[in-house]
Design a binder for this molecule. Structure first.
Ligand code: WT7
Length: 651
């Protein structure tokens, strides 16, 4: 299998601009060059020192790492409570009045939540969970908009030693039901809905639909965000404001084992069935909090804003656990970047004097498209550090971000990681690293990455191949829930002894890493990971569809856009109406972010003689470029037929 980087990604590799750290920034930076050396001398000792210094333990650990490839256990024998480390210890240290979250609702309503507030609310919520029968080791599903009760609910689970599984509010009822079932969750925490683009987005009806298929769920806790009519089922559904508000503010945190499951987060792979990625407690908290402090250079008086949704791993690690463990003041915004206008974010930065912003290249490109007049209307002089995550950032967007949001002064950190890695693994350290726009630069201290060829041999500098990780790290996934074989197969079988990330990468002569995008059947749309096969199976699930093939097409704003080739059953004619119906079907089965932007009815699909769909050729067709090698095609006329077909409808 050869790595086939997208041509536009190849092109950026040759860009020559470099940005050495500003000496004034470097002088005050949290990160120092010596971290690399210390971690290389003894990576276990490095993480052990940090774990002792940074976390509050109920019982100290005896062994730093037990590594039985590919199963890792970190800080074995230790006990702690994650919620205590994120909240209580800060209140104890006198930071009760410090703001944990400045929350901003889309309609303009606001809430300020201090660490003392958070302690009270988390304790009350945890007591409510107890009343509903939640115990240590149980799984709690959470399906919520971006309201403060979402991190409160997560921390309440952590306080009891129960695992949460947050399902992004954009997922459909069906997707929610599948995740609840896999996790065997006994409680669902949801809300009546939230605001999006000036409209009420009702969540409870989707939750109810999912619950019809989720016998494991015994109780539902519902936050009232919108008001109005919400169907509540007696005996099963409980209003948060009734049940939580009457609880005691005293709820002792339950010390748990370092390796106790903190959460499950489902992510797409190369099959139709999402994987429940398992994260545990101590190593995860250490990895997220330490990277957060070093990579974003977070200081006690910073106002930090990660603009992701908590429903994705970025929000888990860098809105909730990492920042709270560091007693950071964060911003949490409920709504869309263009509501009421395209300067909503810049208004928030000005109002709250945000100093650190972390977002996805898709958002940056969407802002670029609207022009710099929007940020120019606002005082963004508080900005100190800018972060990017989720997909490769093109140098043009990197430079625009630095110039128009960072005033040409701020470091930009392009951070590579995954749901599975839990924490950032490849990134510049601001104040230390000389950056190159478009490159995520170097592995974080203690991380051993490599770029290998198809046989697993390290590719010399200047060459490209597959990105792998060669030693365990504290926040790494511990497995796929209930499926150790799939865990081994997915991540550890391609190159024996190495973790295969699924990304292509190149290193330049200076050793800088340049991420080249996925090399498997996974798309990245707006920084969201979407499996081609998941969308295909949703399409094939429709009664009119015989076969479907889905590819990612390059998109100037969203990185990739979903392009679906659909073969209909005999006797059924393609039409715009059917195209709409199929798109709607995908929305219903998975969620709106998986709705194909392009849909082409195609009488046949290009396949190899063994019947495997040649997505590579479909990508060529989708991009409108010359076809690559067609010699393995079983039927060479198929591609001409598809090409002659003008029926690709864009939405
Ligand atoms: C995939 C992981 C990690 C939080 C958001 C996505 C791509 C992520 C970068 C980056 C190039 C990136 C990779 C990776 N990716 N960050 N800075 N440069 N690509 O989490 O849904 O688990 O997706 O996102 O392809 O494998 P995820």
């Amino acid at each position: 299998m050869a790595v086939e980087p997208l041509p536009e990604i190849e092109a950026r590799f040759s860009e020559g601009q470099v940005f050495p750290p500003d000496p004034a920034f470097a002088a005050q930076a949290n990160a120092k060059q010596e971290l690399y050396e210390e971690a290389e001398r003894d990576f276990e000792g490095f993480w052990a020192r940090l774990a002792r210094e940074r976390l509050d333990w109920s019982k100290p650990f005896d062994t730093t790492l037990e590594w039985e490839l590919p199963f890792a256990k970190w800080f074995v024998g230790g006990e702690l409570n994650v919620a205590y480390n994120c909240v209580d210890r800060h209140v104890k240290a006198g930071l009760g009045d410090k703001v944990a979250y400045h929350w901003i609702g889309e309609p303009g309503d606001t809430r300020t939540i201090t660490y003392a507030d958070l302690q009270r609310e988390v304790a009350k919520a945890a007591n409510a969970l107890k009343e509903l029968g939640v115990q240590r080791g149980d799984r709690v599903a959470i399906y919520m908009p971006m309201v403060p009760e979402l991190p409160i609910a997560m921390l309440a689970c952590a306080r009891l030693g129960a695992a949460h599984t947050v399902v992004f509010g954009g997922f459909s009822a069906e997707a929610l039901a599948g995740r609840i079932e896999d996790a065997q969750a006994t409680l669902l925490i949801t809300a009546d809905g939230g605001w999006r683009r000036g409209a009420e987005l009702r969540l409870k009806p989707a939750a109810d639909e999912a619950l019809d298929r989720s016998p494991s769920v015994e109780n539902v806790l519902v936050v009232r965000r919108l008001g109005g009519d919400t169907p509540m089922r007696a005996g099963r559904d409980h209003w948060w404001h009734e049940l939580v508000d009457r609880q005691s503010e005293d709820c002792p945190p339950v010390p748990v084992d370092s390796e106790e499951m903190l959460y499950l987060l489902y992510t797409s792979g190369t099959t139709a069935r999402p994987k429940g990625i398992v994260h545990t407690s101590a190593g995860y908290l250490l990895g997220t909090s330490f990277t957060h402090e070093m990579i974003f250079d977070v200081k006690p008086d910073d106002v930090y804003w990660c603009a992701a949704d908590i429903g994705w791993v970025t929000g888990h690690s860098y809105i909730v656990y990492g920042p709270l463990a560091n007693a950071t003041t964060g911003v949490m915004y409920e709504g869309a970047p263009d509501t009421p206008a395209w300067d909503r974010w810049w208004q928030i930065i000005e109002d709250y004097k945000v100093s650190i912003l972390y977002c996805a290249p898709t958002a940056i490109r969407a802002f670029m498209k609207q022009g710099e007049s929007w940020p120019q209307k606002h005082d963004l002089s508080s900005m100190r550090v800018l972060g990017s995550v989720g997909e490769p950032i093109n140098p043009e967007a990197w430079l625009w971000y630095q110039e128009h949001i960072g005033g040409g002064r701020t470091p930009v950190v392009d951070t590579w990681w995954q749901t599975e890695t839990g924490m950032i693994l490849i990134s510049p350290l601001p104040g230390v690293t000389t950056t190159k726009p478009g490159s995520a630069t170097f592995p974080f201290p203690g991380i051993e990455a490599d770029v290998v060829d198809g046989e697993g041999h390290s590719v010399p500098l200047g060459g490209g191949g597959y990105l792998v990780l060669k030693r365990p790290w504290p926040a790494m996934l511990r497995g796929i829930y209930g499926d150790p074989e799939r865990y081994k197969e997915t991540y550890w079988s391609r190159f024996p002894g190495m973790y295969f990330a699924g990304d292509g990468a190149k290193r330049d002569e200076g050793g800088y890493y340049w991420l080249l995008g996925r090399v498997d059947d996974v798309m990245n749309v707006s920084g969201h990971r979407i499996s081609t096969i998941e969308v295909e199976s949703a399409l094939v699930d429709h009664k009119s569809v015989a076969e479907a093939a889905v590819v990612g097409k390059n998109d100037p704003v969203t990185g990739q856009a979903i392009f679906a080739f659909v073969t209909l059953k005999a006797g059924i004619e393609g039409s715009d109406e059917l195209g709409r119906e199929l798109r709607q079907h995908v929305t219903t089965v998975i969620g709106p972010m998986c709705r194909p932007k392009f849909l082409m009815f195609s009488p046949d699909l290009p396949k190899t003689r063994s019947g495997k769909i040649m997505r590579r050729l479909l990508r060529d067709i989708a991009e409108g470029r010359a076809l690559g090698d067609t010699t393995t095609l079983a039927d060479e006329t198929v591609v001409d037929t598809i090409r002659a077909n003008t029926g690709s409808a864009e939405e």
